[in-house]
Design a protein around this ligand. Structure first.
Ligand code: NAP
Length: 253
């Protein structure tokens, strides 16, 4: 069956950071299943090699996005191997769950470097060839904790970084809106990944999460695919600067 032209991603070059696990690996599979050529980036190269063996045409690239020079290398490597870059998914992320009064400035900065600095470094590096081509889509995986506070799971640096990428998405979207490059974000609630292992292993925390979520449950990883495909494809051609919650209603109440 040929793909619906509205959501077609055949032969698109899609870079996914944090593709070695969780949401990133799931997103990479989703794009590859739709005929995209996926560049898989993260630090754990062996994980990327395993995933690349499953996804025809994909390109594994070891990259620590906490360093702007490595972000620039990732974009250069993509252009050298794939010839262009159509979609960038800024997914790599980290957290530091600790009460703010005990979080050191060094720990705060290291979360900001990965969750915010990398989004700026990669988005601007990818935007240059996208702007020259007059087309491109940048998607950042933010969080509900970029739209509201976390509190119960204390993580000031994470909430600050995710709030910042929500507004960075507005600003970059506005700056490039007339030049064919769209910039959007997705704000997920809770999905079972390495990052949330602690929460899902803790019965009381899991109960709290379900109680707070209007739909009464966590999300399944493939429930992010609709938003990813929508924002990556021509289906969202008039959408930029926005953040789409995929949160079972968390931010609706
Ligand atoms: N799971 C949730 O409930 C949830 C909810 C809202 C938002 N999010 C966001 O979704 C994104 C993915 O998280 P996840 O839940 O899938 O967690 P995860 O399974 O722990 O994945 C995090 C990914 O980020 C990569 N990463 C971390 N630091 C990196 C660095 N310095 N350089 C390159 N890659 C790095 C990791 O790869 P390496 O360790 O191999 O480098 C890994 O692939 C994050 O931005 C997270 O904040 C998750």
């Amino acid at each position: 069956m040929s793909p619906d032209p509205l959501f077609d991603l055949t032969d698109r070059v899609v870079v996914v950071t944090g593709a070695s696990s969780g949401i990133g690996a799931s997103a990479a599979r989703c794009f590859a299943d739709r005929g995209a050529r996926v560049v898989l980036a993260a630090r754990r190269k062996e994980r990327l090699d395993e995933l690349a063996a499953e996804l025809p045409g994909s390109v594994p690239v070891a990259c620590d996005v906490g360093y702007p020079a490595e972000c620039a290398n990732l974009v250069d490597h993509t252009l050298a191997t794939c010839g262009r870059i159509d979609v960038l998914v800024n997914n790599a992320g980290t957290q530091n769950v600790t009460p703010a009064e005990h979080e050191t400035p060094e720990d705060f900065s290291s979360v900001l470097d990965v969750n915010l600095g990398s989004v700026f470094a990669l988005s601007t590096a990818a935007a240059r060839p996208m702007l020259a081509a007059g087309q491109g889509s940048i998607i950042t995986i933010a969080s509900i904790f970029g739209l509201v506070g976390a509190g119960q799971i204390p993580q000031a640096s994470y909430a600050a970084s995710k709030g910042a990428v929500v507004n960075l998405t507005r600003e970059l979207g506005a700056q490039w809106a007339r030049r064919g490059v769209r910039v959007n974000a997705i704000a997920p609630a809770f999905f079972a990944t390495e990052m949330t292992t602690g929460l899902f292993a803790d019965e009381a925390a899991e109960r709290w999460m379900r109680r707070k979520t209007p739909m009464g449950r966590a999300g399944e990883l493939d429930e992010l695919h609709g938003a990813l495909v929508y924002l990556a494809s021509g289906a969202s051609s008039y959408v930029t600067g926005t953040t789409l919650p995929v949160d079972g209603g968390w931010t609706a109440v």
